[in-house]
Write a protein that binds this ligand. Structure first.
Ligand code: SI3
Length: 160
């Protein structure tokens, strides 16, 4: 993406940045120093690392249903409380692993985003074809796993 920014800037004068969805941190630092670009973290599981390296913000799925975890992460980072920030990042990782685990058979982890949003009170309907919604049994399994990692204790204010 660093090469892209340098090359594209010559042809697209109003190019001001990008959402960095890769996990290549070498490329991230390259993008951050490629010029005055606005670089947004597009990989929720790497938010902490991206911000420490200098990313300017983030776009992500998990911020929709576990915002307090990320607010705390940002606060701890700004206070220099790295261990506490890590704890929040690990919470995000635990949820992501479950979304991949339970979303895989549905055609993608976006199908697992829907029940997460429902959990915080927003019924967004079923995922788009070819993904499919969870069956009742799958939903019970998913909720059980989500409860086991402690999700409901992290953001209790958000829950129904
Ligand atoms: C590449 C990608 O899909 N990134 C996601 C992440 O939230 C992603 O789902 C998450 O990090 C799990 O890998 C978002 O940054 C994308 C996104 O929300 C958007 O573009 O609207």
């Amino acid at each position: 993406m660093e090469d892209f920014l340098i090359t594209a800037k010559k042809k697209i004068p109003n190019l001001i940045g990008l959402k960095f969805a890769s996990k290549d941190l070498g490329d991230l630092i390259g993008c951050l120093f490629a010029g005055k670009f606005n670089i947004l973290c597009g990989c929720d599981e790497q938010l902490m690392g991206n911000l420490v390296m200098g990313a300017h913000g983030a776009v992500g799925t998990l911020y929709n249903f576990m915002p307090q975890v990320f607010h705390r992460l940002l606060q701890h980072l700004s206070d220099g409380e790295m261990e506490k920030a890590r704890e929040e990042q690990i919470r995000a990782q635990k949820v992501l692993r479950l979304m991949v685990k339970h979303g895989h058979s549905l055609g993608g982890n976006v199908a697992a985003v829907k029940p997460m949003m429902a959990l915080v009170g927003l019924d967004l309907g079923p995922p788009r074809h070819p993904m499919r919604p969870m069956t009742v049994d799958e939903l019970i399994d998913f909720h059980r796993d989500i409860d086991l990692v402690g999700f409901k204790n992290w953001d209790p204010a958000n829950l129904l």
